[in-house]
Write a protein that binds this ligand. Structure first.
Ligand code: NAD
Ligand code: LMR
Length: 336
């Protein structure tokens, strides 16, 4: 029976797999949260030598969990072995931000890692490998990865701003006391940093009397134009303050959302936010990895075009682009 033929396993690389996000994301991937409940996977787990024993412990637990979709686990400290033949690369490895640090502060530690791993991916990953960079500074790490892996199509290299997108949905849902699944089409513009611009001008809520703009339902413009924005911008720091560790379960879940929508498509009429290489849309200069609203179909994303941008939004979109230009030059100065 053709319908019962099992799909070929997809090879998914997770770097930094012995860390917090790694520990949260590997069971999600092995349960089909990322690629669907009928898609077998082989996990490639990479970490560095000091974490080798812990990484092996993660492998032991994956075996012990007896996930039906999990067809193999490679746990290694060798980037070449880790990257060999991978179809999806989730780049979490790096040094996380601690309380009181800006994401920029972790720059020099992380950009050199991304330069090195760019070459391993370029040489050894599957030809169509899709890359998601999570480690901070996520946009700039993704840009460095792109620049040092010139043979990987630029459309295949992205960074995670879906966590910010989901945080924005969560804030609207809490404030209006509606189901989060009824809120859609917020936008995160720009950098995964405190300059990001969470934009609700096109967001809607499904109500019993149809779809309504968020701007119509939230009567308090002041909240939408100030507190909502800073809450989303500062949410990562707020979690660090509360947990003394950076977000992990929400980051892992957002990463699964990002890859699932990219590979399997976004629902009709819905867009999501992804950090992608700018093509000049909305006046954002090419040469930056910038978060845009995108729809996905058949494994390809495209930037949603033609949204009206008011002066308030324009200024905020430009400010976060400016920060990315500065980060880019800082990154290059760290590499030199
Ligand atoms: P963590 O410290 O718990 O784990 C990071 C892991 O990476 C560690 O096990 C470490 O040994 C490993 N590592 C370090 N250098 C490596 C290398 N060269 N190759 C492979 N592995 C390496 O940190 P975490 O909490 O899992 O966070 C990981 C990263 O994700 C951080 O940079 C954090 O700031 C970032 N983050 C981003 C988002 C986002 O939305 N984009 C959200 C949360 C966290
Ligand atoms: C987050 O947004 O939670 C992560 O980027 C961690 C951080 O440094 O804020």
């Amino acid at each position: 029976n053709l319908l019962n033929v099992e799909k070929e396993p997809v090879r998914v690389l997770v770097t930094g797999a012995a860390g917090q996000i790694g520990y949260a994301i590997v069971p999600m991937i092995a349960r089909g949260v990322m690629l669907g409940p009928d898609q077998p996977v082989i996990l490639h787990l990479l970490d560095i030598e000091p974490a080798a024993e812990a990484l092996n412990g993660v492998k032991m637990e994956l075996i012990d969990a007896a996930f039906p979709l999990l067809k193999g686990v490679i746990a290694t400290t060798d980037p070449i072995e880790a990257c060999m033949g991978v179809n999806i690369a989730v780049m979490v490895g790096g040094f996380p931000r601690k309380e009181g640090m800006e994401r920029k502060d972790v720059m020099s530690k992380n950009v050199s890692i991304y330069k090195a791993q760019a070459s391993a991916l370029e040489k050894h990953a599957a030809e169509d490998c899709k890359v998601l960079v999570i480690a901070n500074p996520a946009n700039t790490n993704a840009l460095i990865l792109k620049e040092f892996a010139p043979s990987i199509p630029e459309k295949n290299i992205t960074c995670l701003t879906r966590l910010d997108h989901n945080r924005a949905l969560g804030q609207i849902s809490e404030s209006l006391d509606v189901q989060v699944s009824d809120v859609k089409n917020v936008i995160i513009w720009g950098n995964h940093s405190s300059t990001q611009y969470p934009d609700v001008n096109h967001a809607t809520v499904q109500t019993s009397s149809g779809e309504k703009p968020v701007r119509e339902l939230v009567s308090d413009d002041k909240w939408l134009n100030a507190e909502f924005i800073t809450t989303v911008q500062q949410r990562g720091a707020a979690v660090i303050k509360a947990r003394k560790l950076s977000s992990a379960l929400s980051a892992a879940s957002a990463a699964c959302d990002h890859i699932r929508d990219w590979v399997l498509g976004t629902p009709e009429g819905t867009w999501v936010s992804m950090g992608v290489y700018s093509d000049g849309s909305y006046g954002i200069q090419p040469g930056l990895v910038y978060s845009f609203p995108v729809t996905c179909e058949k494994g390809k994303w495209s930037i949603v075009q033609g949204l009206k941008i008011d002066d308030f939004s324009r200024a905020k979109m430009d400010a976060t682009a400016k920060e990315l230009v500065e980060e880019k030059s800082l990154a290059y100065s760290c590499l030199n």
